[in-house]
Design a protein around this ligand. Sequence first.
Ligand SMILES: [Zn+2]
Length: 442
Amino acid sequence: MDRHTVFIGIDGLDYKIIDYLYSRGELKGFRILIEEGVSGFVKTYVPALSPAIWTSYATGLNMFKHRVFDFVERDSITMKEVIHSSKVLKWRSFWDYCSPHGISSIVVNYPLTYPPYPIRGVMVSGFPSPVQEIVTYPDHLASKLQRIFPSYRVEYIPSGGIGSVIGKAIESIVQRYGLWSYLVERIEWGVSAIVFTELDRVQHRVYGVRKYRSELTKLYKCLDRVVYSILKYVDKYDADLVVVSDHGFEELDYIVSIPCLLGLRTDFISDMLYKLMRSKSMQKLFYKLPRILREVMYSYIGSRSTRKIEDVVMLNNFMLKTCKPQAYKRFLERVGLYGERVFDKVFLFKEYMDFIRKLHELDSIKGCIDDNILVLIPRQGIELSREPSYKCIYRSSSKTGTHYSRKVFHGAFYAYGPNTKKSKERVYVSVLDIAPTILGLQ
Ligand SMILES: [Zn+2]
């Protein structure tokens, strides 16, 4: 009989919350995974940034090899900023290994699968995507799927009050699950992968806020019901199932603007305007202003807050590169002022590679060695930002959760199926183990 394997990724699923709900007997799907399969933790990366982790889940390669550190990155040679797409990946994901062996895959909403590309099976591309509508390989499927799932959007963006945030997140999860099950029932498949990103986006807004706890629980229970529904397919096809998350969550205390630490302080007014401009309602209002006024405002904000960092460049949210060592010196002096409060570690790139090597118990790591890169690991509750700001350290007005520190780099891990061992003992797996395991099950 043909083998079947299902991969479910849930961005930001916190095992502490699952454990809590399980202990109260409130879960159906995860209860089966915990009691009849095996569960534990995934060692991912520090900082736990989703793009690096999902790419390692897909490829089985460490981040120095696949070189995806963040969603947006500056090429360390050309210094051009790029938003990553499927084109950036030079390595194969587990579904790519399946195609030449005649095994079909259904891949739904996996990060960095835009633009979708030819595989044996179907690919519905995920975040980041320039469009919100369904895009697929083969491309003729997209319009049909969008007709059947009219409110399906690639990226769920929380907006409005807590009720609407949770309601829309649930709707988005249900649509994604619906689309996945529609495909699974109609297309031949050996491997299928689906990733849910809603929980992460919601938790950035509400994590740790007591009054939102019951609302957040609703979302966990919705995901639990989805897992339960997927388990019905898993049993029907006698499939193996792997469920992972990329990291846990922590309460956000402060945001730290790296450009500000680098000395790129913006003035108060342009900072206010800059922040206002990022809110949707202000943008609507802004477009009602006369054009000339808009242009004046734009040029003012632009000249004040997007000046080029000439001697130190941020490669992404946690790496700095310089051509001038004295610029580091200046930066470290400034860091000295805040160091205790902000940073857990400031690594040279070589030291950072060694840190990750030890974390994953690897013999050696080969990859991009660049000693002019500084890696910044913040303390618990601190998020680093690429945004220029008037203040170097500030409280966020809209975010309450984050996942940057060493405290939260453990993702959740669950597996279940005929080829999976049952165990009450919690296991530790590495982010690098998942792709080889899925391929081994085929
Ligand atoms: Zn996140």
